[in-house]
Design a protein around this ligand. Structure first.
Ligand SMILES: Nc1nc2c(ncn2[C@@H]2O[C@H](COP(=O)(O)OP(=O)(O)OP(=O)(O)O)[C@@H](O)[C@H]2O)c(=O)[nH]1
Length: 852
């Protein structure tokens, strides 16, 4: 359908639009590449020719511009040769000049009524050309029925459909000029043109607009090519000179307007033709913007794609994934700059507003593309600088620098380092806000400082807490062990002294942390509370062992005399008095252990316990008769006060809050019951021992009275008869000899002899049996029985033989109470007992514990 230049032709011509009005997109693109039009920018000119069919248009163009448009063969008769619109590049004229050969008007092939294509092609030529040649016969000038009149009318009418005049140069080429000189012809022609212009209906806006506003009118005359060919050629050669640098100021098209840059020519021409075909008005300025928009976008896309594939960028992007890159910003900025410069160069002649907008879009897209790499770079900078900061900070701290000072110096130094590194990574074109990255880095540094501070403060706190633990736990345990009236005052004094010392030291240590007063106060208060907590915890721990301690104290006082010597129950001792003394000492211990008394407030737990458990009034039967209520049947000491204050008005009853209570009233009662039941055995044992001793004394006395000295002598004859001794020697000779021969047996026999002899002498067995066998056995049992019973009891406590006292069925209250207290009875029983030394009045005790 479309025509292409024949092979070997020096200058190509291409059919731009065919006779049916189809635009040859591929052909024109091929043509533009061929003539390298895209590189021309605005330095190109478009010249078109219109005129009646077979008026020698192609002949003129081929001679004038060196093109090879098809010409009619003169010998075949006049017929249409050019269909549609053809385009070729002018040879040898600078700048690049494109020539368009239009289909002739008034062609018989289309008929008189088909003027649509004629008008469309005229409008197209006016829209894209800088110079329009209008071919006309010389003899038509001044004629009413001239062939060019309809053509001019068409040109002027369609001109109105362009929203803005382009100042196109209309060059009237008068063919077959006669002898009449051009000076005479030109005014007539101009008059004709003016008449036609005046007669053309115009829109309101251009009613008064002169022709010269739209067109530069030029007139040339040429001799007949057929009759005076040489002269024709000379005149054409002369005319050709006028087309050199036609677009330069002063040139033929020097004041043209609305030029589309060469790279947009193909697109622009196609779009114009589309609008013309749709019979719409052609808004050239808007069209120009449209072309600029499309072309700038195309160019921007091309640049973006070429940037994305740019080797330098790809290497940089890959490298930044694995680590920081020096001069990252500089390198990337340079690649971006090259890309944007390329865009700027190519869109230079397009509408400024459009190209700037598209440049911005391209820049944004490019920056979006490179941003992840930039973020990676920032990430490297941040993590690297943060690591360096951490090392430097640790070194400064371990080098002995104060915490606040080290934090301040290191933070400042590494913030500056971060800023410098960021400056090195900054992309010129980006103008990204770095404050967020900086803030984040600052937050990272602050968080690290805070975590180190917390760790250091934690260490410091732990050190002082450990010191407090050490200085309080042991002494408090010792003080509670020897519970007496001075125990809690002494604990308070100890707590005050140790707390003050710790707080003073802690306060000095906190100095370097540059803390605000409120936080410091909180920390000191926390340490103070910790100290209290140590004492309270120790007191709670010791209260769990109160039963064992009470029993120890009881045993110590009951089984030892005032010189701490083991008591021998001779029958002269006041067992009741000793028991009472020992029990009241144990009750004292219970009352001291019953509550935490770290405040100076006094309470009367001891009096309450004495009243309820020891005094005559506390006897269950009597008590009920007086109060009809058990004063210790309460789980808090507050309730005891509220109830009992009505009954015992003369007493100040304790008001110990639950938080300070170690042993509740009901637990005290239960403990006391268990304590009594578990110590009763010792008392019973003492009473039995005293009874046996008394019985033995009576029996011995009577025997001595009855038997006298003879009986005494008879009783001394304890050896067997002689015949029995002889029989033993005969029958046991072999065994006797075996014993004598074996030195080991001899050794055992000798040791056994020594032991028996020692026991014999120590226990005075011969003396005991002096008054007869029964008194002797009874007397010896009184010596052995307490020792054996104590041994059995100890074994039972250690769990080596079945316990009798820990039977929960026998002591259900005690068992349940100890579970409430968190300490089991067996645990209490198994703990080694401790001793106390009683003072003369039996109420003050010191605590040198000793192994029984
Ligand atoms: N009288 C006269 N005839 C000429 C002149 N130049 C060319 N011709 C003849 O006119 C005829 C048509 O020439 P073309 O150049 O093909 O004319 P055209 O206007 O291009 O024809 P279409 O493209 O068909 O409209 C040819 O036979 C030419 O020899 C001229 O200056 N004077």
């Amino acid at each position: 359908m479309f025509g292409f230049p024949a092979k070997g032709e020096e200058c190509c011509s291409t059919q731009l639009i065919d006779g049916d009005g189809t635009f040859n997109v591929s052909g024109i693109e091929h043509f533009i590449k061929e003539v390298k039009l895209s590189d021309c920018g605005l330095s190109y000119a478009v010249v078109s020719i219109m005129g009646p069919q077979s008026s020698g248009k192609s002949t003129l163009l081929n001679h004038l511009f060196g093109t090879n448009f098809r010409e009619m063969d003169a010998f075949k008769g006049r017929s249409q040769t050019t269909k549609g619109i053809w385009m070729a590049r002018c040879a040898g004229i600078e700048p690049c000049t494109l020539i368009m050969d239009l289909e002739g008007t008034d062609g018989r092939e289309r008929g008189e009524d088909d003027t649509a294509f004629e008008k469309q092609s005229a409008l197209f030529a006016l829209a894209v050309s800088d110079i329009v040649l209008i071919n006309m016969w010389c003899h038509d000038i001044g004629r009413e029925q001239a062939a060019n009149k309809p053509l001019l009318k068409t040109v002027f009418q369609v001109m109105m459909r362009l929203f803005s005049p382009r100042k196109t140069t209309l060059m009237f080429v008068i063919r077959d000029k006669t002898r009449t000189p051009l000076e005479n012809l030109e005014p007539v022609l101009r008059e004709d043109i003016q008449k036609i212009w005046d007669s053309v209906p115009k829109p309101q806006a251009h009613m008064e607009t002169p022709l010269s506003e739209f067109f530069n009118v030029e007139v040339v005359a040429l001799s007949s090519f057929e009759e005076k060919e040489e002269l024709f050629k000379e005149q054409v050669a002369s005319l050709r000179q006028r087309f050199y640098h036609s677009v330069a100021p002063g040139g033929l098209a020097g004041d043209r307007r609305g030029v589309v840059p060469a790279s947009g020519f193909s697109f622009s021409a196609h779009e114009i033709w589309k609008v013309i075909k749709e019979n719409k008005d052609l808004d050239l300025p808007a069209h120009k913007v449209m072309v600029a928009t499309v072309r700038c976008e195309e160019i921007a896309n091309e640049k973006y794609s070429s940037f994305a594939a740019n080797e330098e960028w790809c290497e940089l992007e890959a490298a930044v994934q694995s680590g920081p890159i020096s001069s990252f910003g500089k390198k990337l900025s340079s690649i971006l700059k090259t890309c944007l410069s390329g865009y700027d160069g190519e869109v230079l002649y397009f509408d400024e507003g459009v190209r700037s907008a598209k440049r911005k879009q391209l820049e944004d897209k490019l920056l979006q593309l490179v941003q992840p790499a930039f973020q990676s770079m920032l990430g490297h900078i941040r993590s690297g600088t943060l690591d360096k900061f951490k090392d430097a900070f640790d070194k400064a701290l371990s080098g002995g620098e104060g915490f606040s000072s080290a934090a301040h110096h290191c933070s400042k130094f590494y913030m500056n380092l971060f800023d410098e590194a960021c400056a090195d990574a900054v992309i010129e074109q980006a103008n990204w806000d770095m404050s967020k990255a900086r803030d984040k880095f600052q937050r990272d540094i602050d968080a690290h400082i805070a975590s180190v501070r917390a760790a250091k403060l934690g260490e410091l706190t732990a050190i002082f807490e450990a010191k407090l633990n050490e200085s309080l736990s042991g002494p408090v345990e010792a003080l509670l062990d020897g519970a007496n009236n001075e125990t809690w005052p002494a604990i308070r004094k100890l707590l005050r002294r140790e707390t003050e010392s710790a707080i003073s030291g802690f306060s000095d240590a906190l100095y370097g942390f540059d803390m605000d007063e409120e936080t410091k106060k909180k920390m000191l208060a926390s340490l103070e509370n910790y100290a209290k907590g140590v004492v309270e915890a120790k007191a709670r721990e010791e209260s769990g062992r109160v039963l064992m301690r009470m029993k120890d104290r009881f045993t110590s006082l009951f089984s030892h005399d005032s010189d701490s010597m083991p008591r021998v129950w001779t029958g002269k001792e006041d067992i009741r008095g000793i028991t009472k003394l020992a029990r009241s000492a144990s009750l004292k211990l219970l009352s001291v252990m019953a509550a935490i008394r770290l405040d100076d407030e006094t309470d009367n737990i001891e009096s309450t316990l004495t009243l309820a458990l020891v005094d005559s009034r506390s006897n269950a039967t009597t008590n009920r008769s007086i109060t009809n209520h058990d004063p210790l049947a309460s789980s808090t000491w507050e309730q005891v006060r509220s109830v009992e204050s009505l009954q015992y008005c003369k007493l100040y009853f304790p008001s110990v809050p639950s938080s300070k209570t170690l042993i509740t009233p009901v637990q005290c009662k239960s403990l006391w019951r268990q304590f009594k039941s578990e110590t009763e055995y010792s008392v019973t044992q003492a009473i039995s021992a005293q009874g046996i001793r008394w019985l033995v004394g009576v029996l011995v006395k009577r025997k001595l009275e009855m038997s006298g000295l003879e009986a005494n002598k008879r009783n001394n004859n304890w050896l067997p008869p002689p015949w029995a001794i002889a029989a033993m020697m005969v029958l046991g000779f072999n065994e006797f000899m075996t014993l004598l021969r074996n030195p080991l047996y001899l050794g055992f026999i000798f040791i056994g002899y020594l032991l028996i002899k020692a026991l014999w002498v120590q226990l005075d067995i011969s003396g005991e049996f002096r008054n007869g066998a029964l008194p002797g056995l009874i007397s010896l049992s009184t010596k052995f029985l307490p020792t054996v019973m104590n041994l059995l009891k100890k074994l039972a406590e250690e769990g080596q033989i079945p316990a009798t006292n820990n039977n929960p069925q026998r002591n259900p209250v005690g068992a349940s109470m100890n579970h409430q207290n968190g300490v089991s009875t067996s645990e209490i029983s198994s703990t080694a007992s401790s001793g106390v030394t009683s003072s003369s009045n039996g109420t003050e005790y010191s605590s040198p514990r000793k192994e029984e």
